[in-house]
Design a protein around this ligand. Structure first.
Ligand SMILES: [Fe+2]
Ligand SMILES: [Fe+2]
Length: 197
């Protein structure tokens, strides 16, 4: 379905195995990483972006989250953890640099306009994986992991999600985000009906 070459499949398998070996947070685990990868390869079509950098960065961007990493710095923390592993697998120097930069950039609030296309794609793909019905389910899984209250779940759904949607880089991502998040209006309506909102 992802249309991977044998070399790309091998890279994906190695990164997936690495992530599964340390997975502690299902909300940021292999399910999430594979969803990010699917969006990343879709957004990469026709851009000339490095697919290998996108495969590695999609699968490993949230490694620090498995160890409690949070906030803007968790991308940088992830690259400290995966640098050694990535240095040993089949990436060129340029692919490795693009991978590390994309991972580091994905958690920054201020996204520079001059960042590489791979960084923009990973950023958008990561946000898209948090939208729509799957995104809503993921918010609930994450809330369970963190012990969040119902109010905090509502806050993530009502305030944080539209903010994330407004920060996307690519036009194609904005179209996809709109489609995905329109579906959540029904959930919001049900929440209002049950006086949760
Ligand atoms: Fe992240
Ligand atoms: Fe992520």
């Amino acid at each position: 379905m992802l249309g991977l070459t044998d070399e790309e499949k091998e890279l994906m398998n190695k990164c997936s195995e690495y992530l599964l070996g340390i997975q502690a947070s299902p909300a940021h685990g292999l399910d999430h990483a594979e969803k990010v990868l699917g969006y990343a390869l879709e957004l990469a079509k026709g851009t000339g972006a490095s697919r290998k950098a996108l495969i590695a960065s999609s699968l490993l961007h949230d490694v620090s989250r498995q160890f409690g990493g949070k906030g803007e710095g968790h991308g940088k923390e992830s690259i400290k953890m995966v640098g050694h592993f990535l240095g040993k697998i089949s990436l060129t120097e340029e692919e490795l640099a693009l991978t590390l930069e994309a991972i580091s950039n994905h958690s920054l609030k201020e996204q520079g306009l001059t960042i590489p296309i791979e960084s923009k794609i990973l950023y958008d793909a990561d946000k898209l994986a948090g939208f729509g019905m799957l995104g809503f389910m993921r918010i609930c899984i994450y809330a369970g992991e963190q012990g969040y209250s119902f109010d905090e779940i509502c806050d993530m759904l009502i305030k944080k999600l539209p903010r994330k949607q407004s920060q996307l880089h690519l036009e194609q991502s904005k179209v996809l985000a709109k489609e995905l998040n329109q579906k959540l209006e029904l959930i919001q309506e049900l929440m209002r009906e049950e006086r949760i909102l």
